[in-house]
Write a protein that binds this ligand. Structure first.
Ligand SMILES: Cc1ncc(COP(=O)(O)O)c(C=O)c1O
Length: 464
């Protein structure tokens, strides 16, 4: 615990100036990545039109990567290459590609994306599949991993799970003719708290160890921004006989993950937040290698593999087109694929992944910890708990959070503050009843933007 705290950047008085923020930007080894993105301009946001000549193209301050990341310039280049492939060689694009294309033939494109995503989530390439969307993938994974029995049938989960996760879990419990109230165990914080202590999670696992089948938690909680201790919780729950899955919507491309080494059973994520793959982009899933094995010891036509819902794209490429109706899964997460994937979706995904391929999560995280700590420092500077018009409900330990700070405003302030931020060309999102979620991201945000944001935010509070 002490070692973790020691890593938190500490800022002195002089840090609260525009010049200091600029000096942090000048020293930032990742500063050039910003040029690889299209930052929405204030003019475009105000007019909802593409900037006309003569209109200001001053960039907005985009702190909303926790909801939808901005567009990498690579997307249009990759899309053009893909459209050229389709236009020039049609169906042959399945097995070949144009000479200078940065994209694989369509049959291999999902694997290209999975290989890059595996570096982001700390997995082996075969443990990751680029496919579907987050909720769909959670359904597919629950179909395979949630096997309630007479005695072990409960699912332990976040008390305020993102609604889609809650609905998905509820529907699986009902699918097995089980009662939702009895079989969905909600894990929440202590009264009056926002952070859920790891010890509390472990004690709830203990309480339900006898009859719980599965634990499914968010890596980062979308409302509070809390990053859970994934390795500790996973290990403990597995030691009590539970299968452990993680929804990494807010953790993917945000924090360092080591899904393979942490022995996570399964995980799923979307790629449109910190992953910048575009609205509704294709998602990803992880299945630990021990669950993806295909055993041919009983003969070449009788493979044994983990039960799942199947489709032809989960079938091994060597036999996929034999049309013999003998399902032989691709070993690993690829064996959970169903359909011929959208090449257009995959192209956006591969484009944004080409940016991540130029760096590492360790480097991104290092900057992110500093950026968010700077935001926290400036927000709290010269304030005290008694008189402050807001609380930061995200844990202050950098290892218990990602890029996002959730700022809970006193009642009645949310709309005024949001409007003022919007008028100043600052994009961050609000969640009722009173939270502004602020997420400076290391790939394209700067320390100067953090400084300017806090000036505007405090100005808005002062004038409310
Ligand atoms: C934690 C979490 N789970 C699930 C979802 C739903 O994702 P999708 O609409 O891609 O299925 C989201 C979307 O923001 C989310 O944040």
């Amino acid at each position: 615990m002490t070692a973790t705290k020691a890593l938190k950047p500490v800022f002195s008085e002089e840090a609260a100036s525009q010049e200091y923020a600029a000096s942090l930007d000048a020293a930032d080894p990742l500063r050039e990545f910003r040029d690889q993105f299209i930052i929405p301009s204030k003019a475009n946001l105000a007019t909802k039109k593409l900037a006309k000549p003569g209109l200001s193209s001053e960039p907005s301050t985009y702190f909303c990567g926790n909801s939808l990341g901005i567009q990498p310039k690579a997307v249009s280049k990759y899309m053009e290459a893909q459209l050229d492939t389709w236009a020039s060689i049609g169906v042959c694009g399945h097995f070949t590609t144009l000479e200078d294309s940065p994209l694989s033939q369509w049959q291999l494109l999902a694997e290209q994306a999975a290989a890059s995503m595996s570096k982001i989530v700390g997995a082996q390439p075969e443990e990751v599949a680029a496919m579907g969307t987050l909720t769909m993938n959670l359904h597919l994974l629950l179909a395979s991993f949630y096997k309630p029995t007479e005695t072990k049938r409960k699912i332990l989960m976040d008390w305020k799970a993102f609604p889609s996760d809650h609905y998905a879990i509820e529907s699986h419990v009902a699918w097995h003719d089980l009662d939702a109230k009895e079989n969905m165990v909600l894990i929440g914080p202590d009264e009056g708290q926002y952070e859920i202590q790891t010890e509390k999670i472990l004690s709830i696992i203990d309480q339900h160890a006898e009859d719980a089948a599965l634990l499914l938690l968010p890596g980062i909680q979308y409302y509070t921004g809390q990053l859970f201790d994934i390795p500790t919780i996973t290990k403990y729950a597995q030691s009590k006989g539970l299968i452990v899955g993680w929804d990494l919507a807010h953790a993917y491309a945000n924090v360092d993950l080591k899904l393979h080494d942490w022995n996570v059973d399964f995980a799923a994520w979307c790629t449109y937040k910190y992953g910048n793959a575009g609205p509704g982009a294709m998602g990803g899933l992880f299945v630990h290698e021990r669950h993806g094995q295909v055993d041919y010891s009983a003969g070449p036509d009788t493979p044994k593999f983990r039960h799942r819902l199947t489709g032809w794209y989960g079938g091994d490429r060597s036999v996929r087109f034999m049309m013999d109706n003998k399902f032989k899964p691709i070993p690993g997460a690829g064996g959970f694929q169903l359909s011929n994937p959208s090449v257009i979706d995959l192209t956006c995904l591969c484009a944004t992944l080409s940016v991540f391929d130029q760096t590492s999560m360790a480097d991104l995280r290092q900057k992110s910890i500093k950026l968010t700590a700077y935001l926290e420092y400036l927000l709290l500077k010269d304030t005290d708990e008694e008189t402050r018009l807001f609380d930061i409900i995200t844990p202050s330990d950098p290892h218990a959070r990602g890029a996002q700070l959730s700022v809970l405003l006193k009642p009645g302030l949310l709309h005024k503050v949001s409007e003022r931020l919007q008028n100043a060309g600052i994009i961050c999102d609000k969640r009722e009843p009173g939270v502004v979620r602020v997420a400076p991201t290391p790939l394209y945000n700067t320390f100067s933007e953090v400084f300017n944001f806090v000036e505007e935010f405090k100005g808005a509070l002062a004038s409310s």
